[in-house]
Design a protein around this ligand. Sequence first.
Ligand SMILES: [Zn+2]
Length: 230
Amino acid sequence: MELTPYYQKDMECLNCKKKFKTTKVRSKFIKVLSHETDFQPIYENKEVNPLLYNIFVCEHCGFSFSDDFTKYFAPGVKETIQEQIASKWTPRSFGDERTIEEGITAYKLGILSGTLKKEKFVSIAGLALRIAWLYRLQTKQEEEIRFLEIARDRYADSFSNDDYNGTQMSESRMLYLIAELSRKIGDIENATRYFSKVIEKQKTSTEPSIIEMAKDRWHEIRAQKEKEAQ
Ligand SMILES: [Zn+2]
């Protein structure tokens, strides 16, 4: 029997506790060829995109979450979710293979659910960034920019509130992302400011590759400015 790239996993909804199925991609089918300057992975197999399956959409109540969501619900949050999501939800499954469009819808449900549940800014930023990457695959530039800006703003919130502490996000990577997303949305002032912060940390950083990437982007901005000045 030929092994397919996909398998089904049993999930339990963090909110309503009911069971549902979600699709995952087998890791042997995921090979990353390279990354874009904002860390978007470029996969060898263009037909199988694991990014589409990071969000688990509960078919019963609509609450949608990722592996990064905590199990804890603050007092009153479940009532808000009931009012804002579950009461408006028409039961539908996202459990099969997803189109890019369905992947985007799943992430948007994830952002709504995560925002109501008060998940960390760094988690919400990650979801918005992935939506931008999916719009990039569809070459929908306006939508891509819109979500790059949301991601940039939430990463900036995360940085100023220090809520990425204890996650996989390092300070260098966070500052780099704020800078690069600013550059991509045309906010050159903030891009320059945050790339400088990354480069300032080169003596203490444990991530030389991030420092190099920041220097490359910095030089690109300088070259662009000189070109415009001519
Ligand atoms: Zn549920």
